[in-house]
Design a protein around this ligand. Structure first.
Ligand code: ADP
Length: 480
């Protein structure tokens, strides 16, 4: 039997073996095989990493932004050159098909280039004074040491967006990636290591609860950037030391409204892509669809046909598969629970409905559509984070809007309608941070991406993504 590889932490400019015997074993969700061992990094070592970041910040904050931008461009180039190595780690550890993983890495490379450019545009302003002889300058300064804690569903993008924006802003950072997907983050840090960032500017600590808790509650951390579950977000909020600004992206149960004036084919195409891509493990996945009663039967029929053509498999053996396994047992069990709950309360299974036993022991669940769902069924208000969609008909658009807004979720909503007035109404009344009309790509690099209500606060992407790592200073000079 070959021994499992072990990953090390990276801090203060080098790879550091963990000082603990406590470990976590990562399992390939497509096969059930153990693949990687990571340390459950100790509090003492997290402390060393944060102190390295705090020390490095003294210089990095004053490093010329054009120099920082140059380094970010170099990282982007390295990431692009390492697409296959990074993507393989993604697929082996969290299960998305290899070609989809490659796409994620390419987009990450673009994020580094995007923030390289934004870095050189951290403009301030000059504010008029009521009194003569004074000049008020408002300038932007980095917030300091960032703790980034990330999940596994987009294991490199969710690490990389935070890295690129924080480093560009002049912050230093300690990253704690998910215990389900550590090795792709390790590969990204190899790219950072190769471009010669000053020691301590970017640091990586591996493990699950222990390093996450130690990092989030460290007194030298000046900002927490978190993406993950609402429960962990709440735990981090409670445990953080003192007054620490945070950004929280906590996912959500995202609705789709298909009105009587929708292009049905486009709506079905959008649904398949946004409900089953990444096996539904997307914060902005469509979890629940409200479809006008005139289109309802045809929508379900076409959805069933389209889903029948999806290829589900091990994304290393079938790089072009549409769907891989879900990443862990917890999700598989939640899919079972949501299907059972809906069935017991009278929902109809249109397609799927269970585990793909022929691919066991991999964690495969059938792409599943449940029809005639009611709002109080779990699938309609609790994020499944798996390949599950609940569908319900509506007659009056106001009812669909009311149902869409009725949960704590506020991250993304989708609309299909070719009626202009209707699309404006929905765009105004849907209480979500991102609303996509006649498309399902709510997140683009140049626009802010963030939630509201129970889905969190703060933004990634775009100018706002950089602003989250900057603070304002009013400098008032008397010179008259
Ligand atoms: P998901 O279910 O999407 O993985 P989690 O919220 O469970 O979301 O995990 C997101 C990240 O938060 C992971 O890196 C995880 O290890 C980390 N984490 C879990 N518990 C805590 C905690 N109490 N404090 C800080 N980080 C934590």
């Amino acid at each position: 039997m070959t021994s499992l590889r072990r990953q090390d932490n990276y801090f203060d400019g080098g790879w550091v073996a963990a000082d603990t015997t406590s470990t976590y074993t990562v399992v390939n969700p497509a096969t059930g095989d153990p693949v990687t061992v990571i340390p459950e990094t100790s509090e003492a070592q997290v402390d060393q990493a944060v102190r390295a970041a705090a020390e490095a910040w003294r210089t990095w904050r004053r490093t010329n932004p054009f120099k920082r931008a140059g380094l970010l461009h170099l990282i982007g180039d390295r990431v692009a050159a390492a697409v296959d190595a990074i993507a393989t780690e993604i697929t082996v550890e969290m299960g998305k098909p290899l070609n989809e993983a490659r796409g994620e890495v390419r987009k990450l490379a673009q994020a580094f280039h995007f923030y390289a450019e934004e870095t050189t545009r951290t403009f301030g302003s000059v504010v008029p004074n009521a009194e003569d002889g004074f000049t008020s300058i408002v300038q932007r300064e980095p917030v300091g040491v960032v703790a980034a804690i990330t999940p596994w569903n987009y294991p490199v993008e969710l690490v990389g967006w935070k890295l690129a924006a924080a480093l560009g802003a002049g912050c230093t950072i300690v990253v704690k990636p998910s215990e389900y997907s550590p090795s792709s983050a390790v590969e990204v840090f190899r790219c950072l290591d190769e471009v010669g960032l000053p020691p301590g500017v970017a640091n990586l600590v591996l493990g699950a609860g222990t390093p996450g808790r130690a990092l989030a509650s460290h007194e030298l951390v000046n900002k927490i950037a978190f993406t993950g579950s609402a429960a962990t977000g709440a735990a981090i909020t409670r445990s953080s030391s003192g007054v620490v600004p945070m950004s929280m992206e906590l996912g959500g149960s995202c609705p789709l409204i298909v009105t009587a004036h929708a292009d049905l084919d486009a709506a079905v195409t959008g649904t398949v892509r946004r409900s089953f891509r990444n096996a539904g493990q997307i914060c902005i996945a469509i979890n629940r669809a409200y479809v006008h009663e005139d289109l309802y039967p045809a929508y379900l029929d076409r959805l069933r046909e389209r889903i029948a053509a999806l290829v589900v498999g091990d994304g290393m053996k079938q790089p072009d598969a549409d769907m891989g396994p879900v990443t862990n047992l917890e999700i598989l069990e939640r899919c079972d629970r949501h299907v059972d709950d809906a069935r017991q309360q009278g929902a109809r299974v249109v397609t799927g409905g269970g585990r793909l036993e022929k691919l066991a022991p991999g964690y495969f669940f059938e792409p599943t559509v449940l029809a005639d769902t009611k709002q109080d069924m779990l699938v309609m208000h609790e994020e499944t984070f798996g390949p599950l969609l609940g569908v319900t008909p509506f007659r009056d658009l106001a009812d669909a809007i009311g149902a869409a807004n009725s949960t704590p979720a506020g991250l993304a909503a989708y609309v299909y309608s070719n009626d202009l007035a209707e699309t404006f109404r929905l765009g105004r009344e849907l209480d979500f941070g991102n609303v996509a009309v006649n498309n399902v790509d709510a997140g683009i690099m140049n626009a802010p991406y963030g939630g509201r209500k129970g889905s969190g606060y703060g933004y990634e992407h775009g100018r706002a993504g950089l602003d989250g790592y900057l603070q304002l200073k009013h400098l008032r000079i008397r010179h008259g």
